[in-house]
Design a protein around this ligand. Sequence first.
Ligand code: 16G
Ligand code: ZN
Length: 518
Amino acid sequence: MAQFEEVSQKSKLHPKPEGLTLQYGTAGFRTHAKHLDHIMFRMGLLATLRSKKTKSTIGVMVTASHNPEEDNGVKLIDPMGEMVTAMWEGYATQLANAEQDSLLKELKDIIEKEDINMSEPASVYVVGLPTDMTVQRLMNYYGLVTTPQLHYMVCCCNTHGCYGSPTVEGYYQKLSQAFLQLTQNALNRTDDQKRLLVDGANGIGALKMREMEPFLRSEMQVVLSNDGSSGKLNHMCGADYVKVQQKAPQGMNMGVGERCCSFDGDADRIVYYYTDSKGCFHLLDGDKIATLISTYLKELLTQAGLNLQIAVVQTAYANGSSTRYLEDVMKVTVCCTKTGVKHLHHAAQEYDIGVYFEANGHGTVLFSKAAQKQIQELVKDPNSNDERKRAVKLLESTINLINQTVGDAISDMLVIEAVLAIRGMSAQDWDAIYTDLPNRQLKVTVSDRRVIDTTDAERRAVSPEGLQDTIDSLVKKYKSARSFVRPSGTEDVVRVYAEADTQESADSLAHEVSLAVY
Ligand code: 16G
Ligand code: ZN
């Protein structure tokens, strides 16, 4: 076929560096930008096939996320705005690593296995900077948007507008309307309460926040820092820096007790923080966010008289205090999955309402179709009393404010701001819900990280033999302690996590466990 001939010719213009093999990892391909050219070309081809197969629009995102600027990544987004399926991750790896002369064979293999009708039209949205004109011709190039905005637009497009209108403007309208409806329920908000310091990580989120501000009609007063006008992407700023370093980003002027938050470079993660009157830094991470949101939703469900099951999905990194609080005090179901958004997302889909957050600040809330339907029907119920009516309306607006396709810093931020406003809570009140156990994360470089194999959502090591026994005996020496090791899915290192009753104990346990890994 002529199209294959053209693909083959064009592919020569984007040669694969010799000896380079890459794997479609936790969140797509990640590598130095200079190695991305052939990947980009081939992912354009794969996205086209995926689009023909699903008869839907597919997204392609190019982003450095929370990594340094020159580290880049590319990933595919499936029709409902979710991560591409595992089977197709495999195809992506296969295609990326094919030598020039076997590229066509690999393509034809996929077409045959998936029984793809090549005469179907294809539609692909791309965000980022594809260099090649053929790739651009295959796709609708969308310019620069945040990762979650692309997920949102792909979903809108494939649900024919049910989820919203598939433009950035449509995104701002949907979210801001819901936010304004929610904050109407917060009485006597002062300008101070509307004020939020936002660290944009010198990424796209800062730009998009500026664009969105007018839609929020002064109900939020955003003070932006690291807005990309001078600093480097994620350098001494951004959600990952703040979470890992447990300190404020550069360039932010924080008043005592003032609410602050940081996005990551592509605005799919968020963490909050403040400093107290003693100058002490307090982090409000993904676990605190999950707790705040699930507590709020649970209260609304009770007021609305709705019997829906709510669950919180976490990973091994979730602070032990958060898990204990959720299970013992809040009495909500907690479930633990492997690291990586797709695992949490998948698990959250099992419940009426699934709140999922990684401690690093990536997360969202999923409402099952049945739950959404029940809520929508109750909104129309003429027999509700005032309390019930209010609760159901709040639930409805909250659903509209949440980006259910993927974790979204802007959407999460607006949900958090609305919840704090409705409940009249300060950052300190929120922080006081439970106290984090001191913890430490370390990374260890080993000759082959794949010798470490884990089970039980990465909380226990099954190999090498004896490692878990050693960890168990080390943990026993400390109070309220827990520790695990896992091979990283994005870097050539092993990660060590430890928590205990004091910072000294957490540090020392993490250190001892990291010695056991060698
Ligand atoms: C990726 C994941 C993130 C996870 C991180 C773990 C997505 C969109 N991102 O950034 O969820 O926390 O990897 O990295 O899935 P690690 O395996 O190197 O610890
Ligand atoms: Zn990101």
